[in-house]
Design a protein around this ligand. Structure first.
Ligand code: D41
Length: 693
């Protein structure tokens, strides 16, 4: 027994030593950016610790570095009420806004001649969180949520190596809440996207989205696989320790406790000082290791902060000074057109590659012909390209003075660049379309992707890169060809491992069992969205009845108007389309069918909904929230448009929101959307969805 006790004592000591060494190395690497040990050495120490903790499970503690790897997946995040609410920050966009801020602060503090001392720091573009330490040990982490209640993401936060699991101090406070932002460093973001690309998976638009997605995983092992970083900017509740009396001293103190804080901090006096700081950070911004969207100014002295207090949820003593959307000038090399699933032709600017807003931009959408005319774009022009946060790059303006004498005008092609079919523009429509239908390879690719969508027959793993290869290699022309694929054909493709090929074939096989509504939706008939497909399936019960119905019969269906009925008729009158349907049936794509309900008088229940029925599109039946300023239309116009399309326009973002349309200077609703994982559309995406019904 004595030998046992001494072995345990020895293990206890060694575990403590390993924990402290490993956490110090973590800090050196992730916080100080100065690694002092080779990766292999670190692994050795780590595995020694794992072995000891396995042998002596009673010695395992929550603050052990072995607890950073992610644990069991959760069913949902718990609600966490913040002990001290997490406030929001007001925004300033101009010098005048800053003058006003400083004046209000001076008035609030009755200082007429003295300059206020401000602490200045970068504004990280990430997700605000709160970390709770009890007796120096990290016990709970939560998102900001609405400021009062957030989501418990403790397990996910533990995987972030720059977040200390235990406070590095002799006098550990009984309670300390540390507030800050979770972000992804640019280099980690680039690596992550390179990995996504290599796996043929979707790329993240920006570090903020990548970080938000990672933090919202219910399975912390998935968070652990994404490289996140944390920076502290404040505190919440504190007990059992006296805190410094200024913000700058607080930051220095947090740093000694082991928390990462921004290096680019400053203490300045008066508006002039604020302006200089803003200018300086603005200049260094492109070289910073992280994305920032502005700077934050805080009255440095806590007693003065207290005097100033709050207006609603925002402190009077602090403000975020936002940077304008990043802009760069480049040359418009040409204008190509892109063909969408329904043949919509979108002009795309080909640009001399330019680094702006965190990425290299070589294309920008031009929406439609009218937009090009409105902006007076000529090929060869020097243009201003703008990219703010998440949004698709856009051509903001032309620098007319730099226009070369031989600048060319854009002429909408009359034939599709992909299939040479005629391009037509109907009266009153802004969008020109390729008339090639499924003969057009571009439309065919989109049609295949649409057929494979989750809301359609759902073929998991059939993404755009794969479809591109399959169509270009001439292996797949129609959805039916998917069911004729074998291992041999797939293994000839780039980057297709046998395992993924087998998985894909299994997913294709599985998709053979579907429903009539999903199948019908999957055919990608113009104007036939998910809801209309369901209504048609319910009304007619079987496919033949739908294919053979005349316009009058189709008009009997709930929400089907003349445009939808015409579109269905046109589709099924095309022998090629019928042929594809027959091939799919021959490939044993099946669904439960019922006898036709036609004429059984099921219309009564639908009568009240028999709106125009035309133009059913992506927004039909969806809940949409508008925020920020749109360039192309007023908010009321956008609301009208959406409502005409059958969407509900709501005033606040919740889990039930389908889309948030974020215009310029979108604020807390956008934050909320990101927090809840609601799809966010920028103006360009919104406009393109409005026109591509
Ligand atoms: O870097 C940031 N995003 C940042 C956010 C920062 N440097 N300081 C901040 N300070 C505050 C107060 C003054 C209210 C403590 C903040 C935020 N708040 C904040 N982040 C998200 C909402 C509020």
């Amino acid at each position: 027994m004595a030998a046992n006790a001494s072995a345990t004592a020895h293990a206890t000591e060694r575990i403590a030593q390993l924990k402290s060494e490993l956490e110090q190395h973590n800090r050196n690497y992730y916080v100080l950016d100065q690694p002092t040990i080779a990766d292999g050495e670190w692994d050795k120490l780590f595995h020694e610790l794992v072995a000891l903790e396995t042998q002596y499970p009673e010695l395992l503690t929550v603050d052990s570095p072995t607890q950073r790897v992610g644990g069991k997946p959760l069913d949902m995040f718990a609600e966490v009420t913040h002990r001290v609410p997490m406030l929001s920050l007001g925004n300033a966009f101009s010098d005048a806004d800053i003058d006003n801020f400083d004046r209000r602060c001076r008035e609030g503090l009755s200082l007429t001649d003295t300059m206020i001392e401000y602490a200045c720091e970068p504004k990280f573009d990430g997700l605000a969180i709160s970390l709770t330490y009890v007796d120096g040990v990290f016990v709970q982490g939560a998102t900001r949520g609405d400021g009062a209640v957030g989501e418990g993401v403790t397990e996910n936060l533990k995987t972030i190596k720059s977040i200390p699991l235990a406070i590095k101090d002799q006098h550990k406070p009984a309670l300390l809440e540390v507030r800050g932002e979770v972000i992804m460093l640019r280099k980690d973001f680039d690596k992550l996207n390179a990995r996504q690309a290599a796996r043929d998976e979707k790329l993240f638009v920006n570090p903020r989205n990548a970080a938000a997605g990672a933090l919202r995983q219910l399975d912390s092992k998935l968070t652990a696989a994404r490289p996140l970083t944390f920076f502290a900017y404040g505190i919440g509740a504190v007990e059992g320790v006296s805190v410094p009396t200024t913000h700058s001293a607080l930051m220095a103190w947090l740093e000694t406790l082991g928390f990462p804080v921004a290096r680019q901090r400053g203490v300045v006096k008066g508006v002039e000082g604020l302006r200089e700081f803003y200018q300086h950070i603005g200049e260094t911004r492109p070289r910073l290791p992280y994305v920032i969207d502005g700077v934050v100014y805080k009255v440095n002295r806590f007693d003065q902060q207290q005097t100033l207090g709050f207006v609603s949820r925002a402190p009077r003593f602090a403000i975020a000074h936002k940077f304008p959307a990043e802009e760069a000038t480049t040359v418009l090399l040409g204008i190509d057109v892109q063909v969408g699933r329904t043949g919509a032709i979108t002009p795309v600017a080909r640009l001399q590659p330019v680094f702006v807003g965190g990425t290299t931009v070589s294309n920008a959408t031009l929406h439609n012909e009218d937009e090009i005319r409105r902006k007076d774009l000529r090929i060869g022009d020097t243009v201003v390209v703008r990219r703010a946060g998440d949004v698709i790059p856009e051509v903001a303006a032309v620098i007319i003075e730099k226009r070369p004498a031989n600048a060319g005008t854009f002429v909408m092609p009359t034939r599709c660049p992909e299939c040479d079919s005629a391009i037509v523009k109907l009266e009153g429509e802004a969008i020109a379309r390729c008339t090639g239908g499924l003969i057009c390879p571009a439309q065919r690719k989109q049609a295949l992707l649409h057929y494979a969508e989750r809301r359609a027959v759902d073929i998991e793993g059939l993404g755009d890169k794969l479809v591109e290869q399959l169509v270009d290699a001439g292996v797949v022309h129609t959805p039916a060809d998917l069911y004729r694929l074998g291992l041999a054909a797939l293994s000839n493709l780039d980057r297709m491992a046998e395992k993924s090929a087998t998985n894909l074939l299994a997913a294709i096989e599985k998709s053979k069992h579907t429903t009539l509504a999903k199948f019908l939706f999957g055919l990608g008939i113009r104007h036939i969205g998910e809801t209309t497909a369901k209504d048609l399936a319910k009304y007619f019960g079987n496919l033949d009845a739908i294919m053979d119905a005349n316009v009058e019969q189709l008009l009997e269906v709930h929400d089907v108007g003349p445009v939808v009925a015409q579109s269905l008729r046109q589709f099924f009158d095309e022998p090629y389309n019928r042929e594809v349907v027959e091939q799919l049936r021959a490939c044993k794509v099946t669904w439960p069918e019922t006898e036709t309900q036609q004429g059984r008088g099921s219309q009564a229940e639908n009568a009240s909904n028999a709106a125009s029925g035309a133009d059913l599109g992506v927004f039909h039946g969806k809940t949409v929230v508008l925020t920020g300023t749109l360039g192309a239309m007023s908010r009321d116009e956008a609301k009208d448009k959406l409502e005409t399309l059958g969407a509900k326009v709501a005033g606040s973002v919740s889990k039930k929101t389908d889309y948030v349309v974020a215009g310029a200077e979108a604020g807390s609703k956008l934050d909320k959307a990101v927090e809840l994982g609601v799809a966010v559309l920028d103006e360009a995406q919104f406009l393109s969805m409005l026109s591509d019904k």
